[in-house]
Design a protein around this ligand. Structure first.
Ligand code: ADP
Ligand code: F6P
Length: 321
């Protein structure tokens, strides 16, 4: 039987582009004769029945906005089977026949359980600045985040050069070093310290000193929060290199901002494909970007799998700095 009523929610850490995905889902859904409901505040809002019908014009002017107008939440109790059962009953009561979940690895686990164990067909869309979700080359928000880190580090380089200082810049990435590694590459920084690769502070400080001898007047080290704090890195390096260091923690500024052109287009494509999968009755999958095409990846192929860091890129960051 064809689905008539669907819902969408955003969950976990927000990421720029989530709004564009919601807009595409609402508009393509309505144009395909579906009723589309927005669930506010992620799984927490679902349990509170914070569910509202969305019309074509409700999503006007949201594509260019950062964050998520549906808002988001963390809802740890959603890991409990009985709680998800309750959520499934609420969706059934509202006659919602399919759910699109936009979020990170944790949120997609919730979607997979709803689909497999609680009789709620779901489609996932990967939204996380960490780019740590298996089965997609890029997640929503990554590109905008990297534009933000790039601009910030570029500005730090100006003042680092003037004062001939080293800067330790801490970026997000609790579990992985993608943001740190890419930021180091696109800013020509000296090193990326990431959770995937142990750091040798003696070697690193020798390199920094060597570069100074060759005439380099600034040094920028990017560290992922999951590898070490900027303070720890500074403590290890400062007494070895013998010149001043300064610390910058970029923090949540990395999660905000108007989405980049890439993120707007990626999110829009993913939103459209999520609705198309629903229309095809093809559930239990995440929409992923693979070699520039939209793929429908079964949850069991992605969840519980760690996306490895690209070691070629890691080596590249050293060769070019
Ligand atoms: P993200 O989705 O950005 O990775 P979290 O890991 O905080 O963020 O997960 C967001 C929400 O997804 C959690 O607060 C919880 O409601 C739900 N969730 C996370 N892990 C699971 C799980 N193993 N089973 C069911 N729901 C989960
Ligand atoms: O999952 C994205 C992320 O930005 C991580 O890189 C970061 O550690 C975490 O979220 C911080 O989340 P919050 O401060 O919202 O709990």
């Amino acid at each position: 039987m064809a689905v008539k009523r669907i819902a969408v929610l955003t969950s976990g850490g927000d990421s720029p582009g989530m709004n564009a995905a919601v807009r595409a889902i609402v508009r393509y859904g309505i144009k395909s004769d579906l009723e589309v409901y927005g669930i506010f505040r992620g799984y927490a809002g679902l349990l509170d029945e914070d569910i509202h019908k969305l019309e074509f014009r409700d999503v006007s002017g949201i594509m260019e906005k950062g964050g998520t107008f549906l808002r988001t939440a963390r809802c740890p109790e959603f890991k409990v089977t009985n709680v998800r059962d309750e959520a499934a009953q609420i969706l059934k009561k509202h006659e919602i026949e399919a759910l699109v979940v936009i979020g990170g690895d944790g949120s997609l686990h919730g979607a997979a359980f709803l689909d497999a164990d609680h009789g709620i067909p779901t489609i996932g869309i990967p939204g996380s600045i960490d780019n740590d979700i298996f089965g997609t080359d890029m997640c929503i928000g990554v590109d905008t985040c990297l534009n933000t880190t790039m601009e910030a580090v570029q500005k730090l380089k100006d003042t680092a050069s003037s004062h001939e200082r080293a800067f330790i810049v801490e970026v997000m990435g609790r579990e992985n070093g993608y943001i740190a590694l890419m930021t180091a590459i696109i800013t020509g920084s000296e090193a990326a310290i990431i959770p995937e690769v142990p750091v040798d502070y003696d070697k690193l400080s020798d390199r920094l000193l060597e570069e100074r001898k060759r005439g380099k007047i600034n040094s920028i080290i990017i560290v992922a929060e999951g590898a070490a704090s900027a303070y720890t890195v500074s403590r290890h390096l400062e007494h070895k290199i013998g010149y001043e260091t300064r610390i910058t923690i970029l923090g949540h500024v990395q999660r905000g901002g108007s989405p980049s052109a890439f993120d707007r287009s990626l999110s829009t494509r993913m939103g459209l494909h999520a609705v198309q999968a629903i229309l095809d009755g093809d559930f239990g999958k995440m929409i992923g970007l693979q070699a520039n095409t939209m793929a429908r990846v079964p949850y069991e192929e992605i969840l519980g799998r760690k996306k490895p860091i690209n070691m070629e890129l890691y080596k590249l960051s050293y060769i070019l700095s």
